[in-house]
Design a protein around this ligand. Sequence first.
Ligand SMILES: *[C@@H]1O[C@H](CO)[C@@H](O)[C@H](O)[C@H]1NC(C)=O
Ligand SMILES: *[C@@H]1O[C@H](CO)[C@@H](O)[C@H](O)[C@H]1NC(C)=O
Ligand SMILES: *[C@@H]1O[C@H](CO)[C@@H](O)[C@H](O)[C@H]1NC(C)=O
Length: 414
Amino acid sequence: MRLISARSLAIAAVAGLTALPTASAWGAAGHEIVATIAQIHLHPTVLAEVCEILYPGSSLVSTDAGPPCYISRVATWADQVRRQPQYRHTASWHYIGAVEDHPSQTCVFPGTRGWAGKTDVNVLGAVRNMTTVLEDYTMGTADSSQAEEAMKFLIHFMGDMHMPLHLTGRERGGNGVRVTFDGRVTNLHSLWDGLLIAQALRTIPRNYTQALPAGKSALDIESHLRGTIYDPYVRRLMYEGFGNDLILGRFSSEYADWLACPAIEEQSIWSSMQTRLGLQRTQDETRWDDDALCPYAWAKELHKLNCELPAWPREIDEPQHIHAAMASSSHEELHTEDEFLDSYQYGRRPLPHPDLVELDTPEYAGRIRSQWVVERLLAMAGIRLAGLLNGLFLDVESLNATSESGEYTILPLW
Ligand SMILES: *[C@@H]1O[C@H](CO)[C@@H](O)[C@H](O)[C@H]1NC(C)=O
Ligand SMILES: *[C@@H]1O[C@H](CO)[C@@H](O)[C@H](O)[C@H]1NC(C)=O
Ligand SMILES: *[C@@H]1O[C@H](CO)[C@@H](O)[C@H](O)[C@H]1NC(C)=O
């Protein structure tokens, strides 16, 4: 990971690609956590089908007791290929940014001048298009290799879409903003990518290093964990986040709503009003969304975190910090997730960096931790991915369920 990040920063510096985020959203752990949470919420028949698409021929013959596959294994594939010639056109599928968006002062999604970059070639268009390919596959009009690729992209982009800095183009989604975290120089994007998660991993109560007590949750969690460093994080998120028969979780009262989309009728009325007023937002409201999958409506809410949390610290734009924050980072050794963990282990002391904004503070990282901001985003992405896949692949007719077929998108909560 360290090499990849360092190299991509170097490429960006050399090529002067100021408009493109270079690091991946969430780093490896974040994406794999999203995929794991999704997998836990997939109907078993849907998981089997997803595995068959990802690992044709091999998945279902597995004879051991575990799940047919772990979808987290493909969660970072989209980042791994994005610099290969045949996938270079997918680089901009990982993010979106509105032209006048400038957090933390101004958050627009989009503003009056629309989106930066090519229309529709962004993370929202990618989520929509990959879903369409998978729908086509279920109808027999897309082949299995198209479905495999679309599945891998979709698993990744649902994660990217829930990383607030992937929804703004300012300073390449924060890649160009130097900050310190516990005295170590990093950038805002990397902080959200990995360091906040890495910090949470180090401070998880010890009881989550073991399997959760059996019978306290309707969902099977353990069999979907594959012995990674973030297993305790997933256990805690599931237990304290979603709750169980005995305890209420932090998300218990809200997570059913995560799958909701604004009613299309309302949207059209709104859109036609906008059209009559001569505003250019009509297509943005409707291009990517329908009543079961609405990446635009979801992203619009998530994007607000950039100004409201604010994920973009206001201090960065203060006169005493702005110059240091935006200074070229090409000669600076930026701390990645792995390196950060190493330096903790060996007790290296950070160098003081008085001009940069320190973000391991009670007001910034402390608030994100105590409000479970990152955990909620990862859980939301996982639930939405599960809901989408259940909706696509669950054979509603064959289900012994009383719910009407129109409700099948909430089946991850079965
Ligand atoms: C999605 O599909 C539309 C229509 O074919 C296309 O114009 C757009 O570039 C695609 N976007 C992505 C990100 O694949
Ligand atoms: C683990 O410990 C934490 C605090 O120490 C507690 O809040 C939580 O309920 C425990 N979780 C389980 C599964 O026992
Ligand atoms: C649904 O399941 C119940 C119990 O498992 C069974 O008695 C019933 O016949 C099933 N109904 C249908 C329509 O399959």
